[in-house]
Ligand binder design. Structure first.
Ligand code: PMP
Length: 321
């Protein structure tokens, strides 16, 4: 089942439905002008059999940052959390029985619903939550990938690159396809304003380790503020790593010892190489993750599966009855 909450005439009204279609007027802002934003997070079972969401408060804040950027009505926290919890509760039984580690990928989606072709905000809005089962984090999934520096930009400079809106993904699809057709696992984007700095990787954020063991990750106005990345940096600091958020020039790619990317879907994926035409930067032996990347990955998984006390407060238990 799915959750639908309509904002009409200044009021929110919510209902559960089993219908996987939504009906919108063809003049809707979401359909014509991309007045649309969304979130992605996971619900899963911990080792002690709780069903939890990972830091949904941050997804809530990010959805409303995206909504404000698109002049949309903010979604109330109670609507966001109720939608997530009800959809988890109603659908968790349908997760394939992988045991712990199996998860439900949750997709909160927020649409501007109008019926006039003026280039201005909708007055009505539809917030929906739906979900899809995804596999567990098997170690086998933790394989280094090769990246291709994209010839496309992910998002418009000084536009909406820092928020999670559908419009950004139109360009991203083309870039990912370009990389796959060229035999790479994913595209890595440069900043669109100057094309001199590393921005992010497909639908994940970039990080690397310098030769002195510092964890570096781009500071850029056009990367999506990844919740996995914020968590990774905090965990790394607590483990004693030196962490730097700063612009990363393309030339620096030649000097890193380890590189990886992080996001909700894969948590952390090690990077084996980054290719830019005749230039090919390689990290580690190309087959195994670097030791620090592996250390961070295992710690994040422990936290997510409820095996860690220090960051236990990041897990939001979903009441299941
Ligand atoms: N960048 C982009 C463009 C993304 O779509 C995602 C996935 N939400 C990320 C980074 C990673 O963010 P998160 O850790 O919040 O999933």
């Amino acid at each position: 089942t799915r959750y639908r909450a309509w904002y009409r005439s200044g009021q929110w009204q919510a209902a559960m439905t089993s219908d996987n279609t939504i009906t919108l007027p063809e003049g809707s802002q979401a359909l014509n002008y991309g007045q649309q934003c969304f979130e992605g997070l996971k619900a899963y079972t911990t080792v002690d059999d709780r069903v939890v969401l990972f830091r949904p408060d941050l997804n809530y804040q990010r959805l409303n940052r995206s909504a404000r950027r698109l002049m949309m009505q903010e979604v109330p926290e109670r609507v966001f959390m109720e939608g997530l919890e009800r959809v988890v509760r109603d659908n968790f039984a349908y997760v394939p029985p992988y045991g712990y580690g199996a998860s439900l990928y949750m997709r909160p989606l927020y649409l501007g619903v109008g019926d006039n072709l003026g280039l201005k905000s909708a007055e009505d809005f539809l917030f929906t939550v739906y979900c899809s089962p995804v596999g567990p984090y098997y170690k086998d999934g933790f394989k280094p990938i090769s990246l291709m520096v994209s010839s496309y930009d992910r998002a418009a400079p000084r536009g909406t690159g820092h928020v999670k809106v559908g419009g950004n993904y139109a360009g991203g699809m083309l870039a990912s396809q370009e990389a796959r057709e060229a035999g790479f696992g994913e595209a890595i984007f440069l900043d669109a304003a100057t094309r001199s700095y590393v921005d992010e990787v497909g639908t994940s954020n970039f990080f690397a380790f310098t030769s002195d063991g510092t964890l570096v990750t781009p500071r850029s106005p056009s990367i999506l503020e990844s919740i996995t990345r914020i968590s990774l940096l905090e965990v790394a600091r607590s483990m004693g790593f030196k962490v730097e958020e700063r612009p990363i020039a393309i030339e620096e790619l030649a000097d890193f010892e380890e590189a990886g990317c992080c996001g909700t879907a894969a948590v952390i994926t090690p990077i084996a190489s980054i290719n830019q035409g005749p230039l090919n930067y390689q990290y580690g032996d190309g087959v195994n993750a670097g030791p620090r990347t592996l250390q961070l990955y295992e710690r994040l998984l422990d936290i997510q599966l409820g095996k860690d006390q220090e960051f236990a407060h990041w897990l939001h238990p979903v009441p299941m009855d």
